[in-house]
Every structure is written in C-alpha cells, then in structure tokens.
Design a protein around this ligand. Structure first.
Ligand code: LLP
Length: 407
C-alpha cells in the first residue's frame, strides 16, 4: 500500500478521475527511480549494466526517467526501439532481442547500428545475409525455466525461445561463415521469480558457456525479478542475498577467465510498483448468491488477471466519507467486456462498495497499459505521472471516439 500512502493521501482519487477520465493509469516518479536504483546496485562488480526490458511499459516519459537513472534498454520490435530512440536513448544503449522477427525488422536494427540478439540458427542466417562482418549476440535457451505462469516461462525444453545449448557449435560455424563475431550471450528463463535459486543456476550455466567463447565480451542474465503482488502474503525478493551470490559468481568467473560485461534485463521490477490503475464502480448486484462489483476496468484495460489469473490488490475509495464495512462474503470484481471471463478479481473480500466509488488496482505499472486493447471498441485510457516535485503531468491522452476510426 506504499503507493496509496505516498500518493493518494495528497491527491484525491475522485478528483483525478474527474479531471482525466476513468479508468486512468497513474505512475509515481519517486517509486520508479527507487526501483531503478535497486537494480543498478544489485551487484558491486563494476562492469555491470541494467537493460530495462521496455516491453513492460513503453511510455516515453517513463523511459526518459529510466534513462536518467543510467539504465539501458532492450527492444523486442522496431516499435519499441523507435519509442526508445524518441525517449533519447542513443542506439548504442539499445539491444534488439527479437524472436522470429522478419528480415525488415533486422534491417531496421542494422540500419540504426543497434546490436541484435538472435534466438535461432535460422535468424542467425537471416542476420548474416544482411550484416556480414557484423557483431551479434546469441540468445541461449539453457533448458531450464521459471515463472509465475506457464505462459511466461521462456526457458526450458518446451519454450519457443533461444538456441539450445547443443546447437552452440553450429551457431559458431554459421557466424563464422558470415564473418560475424559473437560478442554476447543472453538468456531469459521466465518472468517473476521471488526466490533466486533458478536464476542463479541459469546464470552459472550461461557463464559456463562463455568460457569457451573468447569473443564473448558481454553476458546478459535476463530479467524475471518478481514483486510481491500479494502484499500481505508474499515476501519481497531478497535482492541483497541474490546480489551477493551473483556478485561472487561473477567475480570468481572474471578472476579465472577474463573481464566481461554483465547485464541484467528486468522489466516488471522496474515499473510494476510505481503504477496503479484507477477505475470506477459502475454497478453492484447479487445474482444467485454471488455478489458482482461491476467496474469500468475490463480486460481491455488490464488483461493480466484474465490472461494469467494474476492477482492485484484492490482498494476501494468511497464516494463520500463513510465507514468501511466488510462484506460477509467474497465478491467478484468484473469489467464491462462482453465475455463472462472478464473478471478482475474473484472471491475477494472488499469493503462494501457502491456505484460511484473509485477503485485502485495496485502494481499495474508493468504489463498494464502496454497490453491494453480496443476490444469492444473501448478506448485506451490516459496515463498521468506524479512527479517527484509533487506535480501531475498528463503523459498520454485518453483516446477519443474519433481515434477508433482513424486509418
Ligand atoms: N528479457 C526478455 C527477453 C523477456 O522476454 C522478458 C519478458 C524480459 C526480459 C523481462 O521480464 P520481467 O523482468 O519483466 O519479468 N506479460 C507477462 C510477462 C511477460 C514477460 C515476457 N518477457 C505478465 O504480465 O506477467
């Protein structure tokens, strides 16, 4: 509830909704900066860079803050790289970590001098054809994965990502045929871990691979650093412990082999907790003993609960000053989309709500707005930033009906 205390004590939620429309994504600059610094300070090893994985949130104003904290970025598509450049990242601070991308997309990166990581032998061929003599990174699939849901485990034998370890020799031969130098290895085993063991094991395994590849000057250990979405149940990831172990591993490796750059690639950890989604209760009803709290937050605005059964804390801000009253039974918080699966939270104990109350859906800074859609021809919401100086800035306008038929 840090966000609530910090922010909504000073900024009445209802006033924000009146001014900017409902629903509304809100970000807090101070929390964003704090998370950036925690990542930057993860290990003491000096040649260490943090690549913010911008797929979690590409709002250009947030990217600018992240850049000012001296993080670099990865991009998954020309669109992400374009936005990163718009935010002011120079192309030497961007890495294109693609998956099944087209030749035109590779060409976009090559034309801009952006380092590319390929994640299959066929993509390596494709890049070799258009960038003979260039530098390249290989995304390795270490054969192990970790994550909060099957859909976000990106390493392991059934995951579509990366080059299998046993194909590394072949990859070297292909690169040599195109006179390409393999300067980096990267991997990402999955999204959201709260215990560090799998991450550390994967890190050890990719460092091991780098031993026999003398041209490799950078190893990127990926992202996946989790946050406790369940505020009262889940422990915070112990970054001190993880950092110490990682630091030791890296220092030992460099002492026995050669100096190397180490990178990590967090998305969620950097932006999730600085964001909240505000919305409005539009209807309350009890059908056959189930209480539904209807809101204007459908899965068009926040898809995580529907897509991964993800949990987000929800607070209710009553319209008038009145006492919180607990429901004696759990409620379903649902949206406006014409599908019965449009459920933001189920079996949730909330204070009694009424039409016109506001809700705060917490920790929605990552994979929130970026995954929103126009489904049911609903409009994308505005985004605002609460700056460290206590000001409010509109950082994306809400769509209008006009926007729906543009193009
Ligand atoms: N690097 C690569 C290559 C990735 O594919 C990802 C995330 C990251 C880094 C950053 O992972 P993070 O630190 O954010 O866990 N939409 C899902 C998460 C999908 C993550 C996809 N890849 C969600 O809402 O949970």
């Amino acid at each position: 509830m840090v966000f609530e205390e910090l922010v909504f004590g000073k900024q009445p939620v209802h006033e924000l909704l009146r001014k900017y429309g409902s629903p509304l994504y809100v970000y807090d600059e101070e929390i964003l900066r704090k998370r950036c610094r925690e990542m930057k300070n993860l290990i003491k090893y000096p040649n260490f860079r943090v690549n913010y994985s911008a797929k979690a949130n590409t709002n250009v104003e947030l990217l600018k803050i992240i850049m000012s904290e001296d993080l670099d970025v990865d991009g998954m598509s020309p669109g992400e790289m374009y936005l990163e450049m718009k935010a002011g990242f120079t192309t030497d601070r961007i890495t294109f970590i693609g998956n099944n991308v087209t030749q035109d997309e590779l060409q976009f990166a090559v034309d801009h001098g952006i380092l590319v990581s390929v994640d299959s032998l066929s993509q390596l061929h494709l890049l070799g054809k258009i960038n003979r003599g260039g530098r390249v990174c290989l995304r390795i699939n270490p054969g192990i994965g970790a994550g909060h849901h099957d859909k976000v485990i990106t390493g392991g034998k059934k995951a579509k990502f990366g080059i299998a370890r046993e194909d590394l020799q072949l990859a070297q031969e292909i690169a040599a045929n195109y006179d390409m130098t393999i300067i980096g290895l990267n991997h990402h085993i999955g999204s959201l871990f709260l215990e560090s063991q799998a991450y550390l094991e994967a890190a050890a395994s990719i460092l091991e691979l780098a031993v026999d590849l003398p041209s490799v000057e950078m190893v990127d250990l990926g992202g996946g650093f989790g946050i406790p979405y369940k505020h009262n149940e889940e422990p915070r990831l112990d970054l001190t412990e993880l950092g110490n172990e990682l630091d030791k591993m890296v220092q030992d490796w460099t002492a026995s082999h050669r100096p190397i750059q180490i990178r990590i690639e967090p998305g969620r950890y950097v932006v999730a907790e600085c964001g909240a989604l505000l919305g409005t209760v539009t209807a309350v009803k009890e059908n056959y003993n189930t209480c539904f709290v209807g809101t204007d937050i459908g899965f068009n605005t926040l898809v995580r609960p529907v897509m991964y059964d993800s949990y987000h804390e929800i607070s209710i801000v009553p319209q008038e000053d009145r006492l919180y009253e607990k429901y004696n039974k759990p409620v379903y918080v649902v949206g406006q989309i014409c599908e019965s699966g449009d459920i933001l939270a189920h079996d949730r104990i909330l204070p009694r709500c009424q039409e016109g109350d506001a809700l705060i859906v917490h920790d929605t800074g990552a994979y929130g707005f970026v995954m929103a859609s126009n489904y049911n021809s609903r409009l994308l919401p505005a985004e605002i930033l609460l700056t460290k100086d206590g000001e409010i800035r509109l950082i994306r306008k809400a769509q209008t009906l006009e926007d729906l038929w543009q193009g």
